[in-house]
Every structure is written in structure tokens, then in C-alpha cells.
Design a protein around this ligand. Structure first.
Ligand code: SF4
Length: 284
């Protein structure tokens, strides 16, 4: 149990509300008492997507919350970032300064000794992020593991070494040329999956990190990063390999390096995704 069970309970309620709002949007409800008319025009014109959430015009495929079948469609994504962000509804305790921080240093200072969710109880160090604050490419993972928790830096354990190899040997880039962070900043106990209330509490930090860095490309590593950023429950196996969009930023989901350690045969799939990223960056 959290040291502040009332706060944990409120965060759980916020996460539930968020899921409920997402369900309403998927049903065409964009406001109380308002239902999107079921006309062909409006079906192809996603009224619930803000201009900022629209993906950039591109001849390349962009899909969101979709599998390979949908990827074959030439239609633009209809549900990119369509749900209200956690910054809007997720964290009732969020300091306004988190959303207005202008630099990563300011944001980190605002996060402070964060106790907004129960993951604070087991952490050694909060793992904020590392790399170039103006990086063209950002990798987003799930959450810190044991090594990351001890060091306070993302992706420094075995999975992190594999990610570093992907960056340095595969992409021929330096690790400090990219920016690396996670959905949740504190280690889930026993490396369990982060829970919805924890993601809801921590996601505003990720949202602001991405707003500050303004990358051109995001690589979402694994299920939780991809599903959190794309607001979908589609499995990573169907998301990966296709371009999606997050707030107008091109997003490539791929398999998590920790998964690759257990399933090395799937490294070829990640290499395919990374090659697509390299092509998009003009490096291949
Ligand atoms: S996981 Fe995020 S919200 Fe939870 S305590 Fe850590 S920094 Fe705060």
C-alpha cells in the first residue's frame, strides 16, 4: 500500500476516468450530450483530433492503434493522440510548473523527490532521462530495472547494453546523440509491469520531456511505451514495423531490448524497424 493511500486511490480513479473517456471517444462521443454524426465525411475527418495531434503530411505510411491490415490502408491515422493527455486528466496533483518547464533541468527540478505514485516506495534513484536535450531521435522505454534504479540512468543493464549496441553498432550513432527515457521514472518492484495509476501519475513528465526535446522521431521500446504514447491496447507485435504518429512526431514501435535478450531470434525484426528509422533520418 502507498504511504498516501488516498492519493493512490485518487490516481486510480483518474486512470479509470481516462480509460472511460477513451472509450467514449472511440464510440464517437466528443462531449457530454454530443455524438459525432456518422457521416462518411466525419468518419474520415477525425473531429476529436487536435491540430497539434495531426501527423505531418507524408507519403509514407502512418498508422495508429492499428495492425498490419490497417497499415496497408493509405488513410491517415484517425485516432492519433485522440484521448485527453494525462497532463489534462491524469494527475490531480501535478504542479503547473511541470507543464511549463522550459528545459529538462527545470522539469527534473520540478519532479524533485517525487512521491506522486506508489513506485516511490521501492526506488533507490529516480531515473529521469539521459542524452541530447535537442536530440532528433528519442527512445522511450517502459521503466527502470535494477541497474537503472541503482545508477539513476535509463538502459544501463543488460537490456541497456543491447540498446547501446543498437545505437552505436547498428545505427552508427553515439548514445549521447539521442535522448533516452522511460514511461515511469521509478522502478516497479521485482520488475513487474507498471500499473495504470502509476503510468497516469508519471506520464505528464514524459509528455513534457518530449515537448521540450521536440524530437523528429520517437522509437517506442516495447508494449508499455508504444501503448502509452499511442493510446491503444493493440499488441506490440501488431504495432511494430509501421510508422505511427505522436503529437505530429513520427513514431516507430519496436520490441523491447529485454524481450530480445529472451528471444534473440527476433532481433531481425528490431533491425528491420531500426533500418526504417535510419531511412527516415536519411542515414541509410
Ligand atoms: S514513477 Fe513517476 S509519478 Fe511515480 S513516484 Fe516515480 S517519478 Fe513520481
Amino acid at each position: 500500500m502507498s504511504a498516501d493511500p488516498q492519493r493512490a486511490q485518487l490516481l486510480q480513479i483518474a486512470a479509470t476516468m481516462r480509460e472511460y473517456l477513451e472509450t467514449l471517444r472511440e464510440s464517437g462521443v466528443t462531449g457530454f450530450g454530443q455524438v459525432v454524426a456518422n457521416t462518411p465525411k466525419e468518419r474520415s475527418d477525425p473531429v476529436s483530433v487536435s491540430p497539434a495531434a495531426q501527423p505531418p503530411a507524408s507519403p509514407r505510411r502512418l498508422v495508429s492503434g492499428a495492425g498490419a491490415e490497417e497499415a496497408r490502408s493509405a488513410s491517415p491515422p484517425a485516432r492519433v493522440a485522440a484521448s485527453p493527455s494525462a497532463a489534462q486528466v491524469g494527475d490531480l496533483f501535478l504542479s503547473p510548473k511541470v507543464q511549463t518547464a522550459q528545459t529538462l533541468e527545470e522539469l527534473r527540478a520540478e519532479i524533485g523527490d517525487c512521491r506522486r505514485c506508489k513506485l516511490c516506495q521501492g526506488r533507490t534513484k529516480l531515473v529521469f532521462g539521459v542524452g541530447d536535450a535537442k536530440a532528433e531521435l528519442v527512445f522511450v522505454g517502459e521503466g527502470p530495472g535494477r541497474d537503472e534504479d541503482l545508477k539513476g540512468e535509463p538502459f544501463v543493464g543488460r537490456a541497456g547494453q543491447l540498446l547501446t549496441e543498437i545505437i552505436t553498432k547498428g545505427m552508427k550513432m553515439r548514445r549521447d546523440e539521442v535522448y533516452i527515457c522511460n514511461v515511469v521514472k521509478c522502478r516497479p518492484p521485482d520488475n513487474r509491469n507498471p500499473e495504470p495509476d502509476e503510468i497516469a501519475a508519471c506520464e505528464p513528465f514524459l509528455i513534457r520531456q518530449l515537448e521540450i526535446v521536440k524530437p523528429r522521431i520517437i522509437v517506442a521500446l516495447g508494449t508499455f511505451a508504444a501503448q502509452t504514447l499511442l493510446k491503444t491496447k493493440t499488441p506490440i507485435s501488431r504495432l511494430r514495423g509501421n510508422w505511427h504518429a505522436y503529437q505530429g512526431i513520427r513514431l516507430m514501435p519496436t520490441l523491447h531490448p529485454a524481450y530480445l535478450l529472451r528471444n534473440p531470434a527476433d532481433k531481425k525484426l528490431v533491425w528491420q524497424d531500426i533500418q526504417a528509422v535510419l531511412r527516415e533520418m536519411g542515414r541509410l
